[in-house]
Design a protein around this ligand. Structure first.
Ligand SMILES: Cc1cc2nc3c(=O)[nH]c(=O)nc-3n(C[C@H](O)[C@H](O)[C@H](O)COP(=O)(O)O)c2cc1C
Length: 144
């Protein structure tokens, strides 16, 4: 079992309907491919920027396939892989794609991620200077 965690910037602010559509499509695909994971979206008002944080887990083959589609999707850009690795069991197994639309209050207690979407956040993401993203994602997952 493999996983990949990345952050990206939405090409434009996503409405609730657009997020729901993206999620429905992703869940359909992921069920077929036995991919599980969690998608976090935050619209950062200060920087007028939509931001994604996502973890995907599954077989290497399934991940390669979905990653090929996601990384070429014009709905987002500035895609930075934060973590990749192998694990024995699924960490996000309850959801073909869990989802949280978060705000600054939801993020406040997560060092490094509290400013998700700010210029400083993106500089740190580029430098690989963010703390463990899986801890933040697991915490949101546990709250679903
Ligand atoms: C932030 C983000 C997350 C996505 N997550 C998934 C996903 O988990 N699974 C998936 O199949 N597609 C996901 N997509 C959509 C793919 O990038 C792509 O648009 C879609 O799979 C294309 O499907 P189609 O070939 O059936 O049109 C995501 C897109 C974005 C922008």
């Amino acid at each position: 079992m493999k996983h990949i965690v990345y952050v990206s910037q939405a090409t434009k602010a996503f409405s609730t309907d657009e997020l729901a559509k993206l999620l429905e499509h992703s869940r359909d695909h992921n069920l077929d491919d036995e991919i599980t994971g969690l998608l976090v979206y935050r619209y950062n008002d200060d920087y007028e920027r939509g931001n994604f944080l996502q973890v995907l887990e599954g077989s290497q083959e399934a991940l390669d396939d979905v990653w090929n589609r996601i990384s070429n999707d014009p709905k987002h850009h500035t895609i930075i892989v934060l973590e990749e690795g192998a694990q024995d069991a699924r960490m996000f197994g309850d959801w073909s794609m869990g989802f949280r639309n978060v705000d600054e209050n939801d993020l406040a207690k997560f060092p490094g991620f509290s400013e998700l979407g700010s210029d400083e956040f993106w500089q740190n993401a580029n430098k690989k200077a963010l703390p463990n993203a899986l801890t933040t994602l697991r915490s949101f997952y546990d709250g679903l």
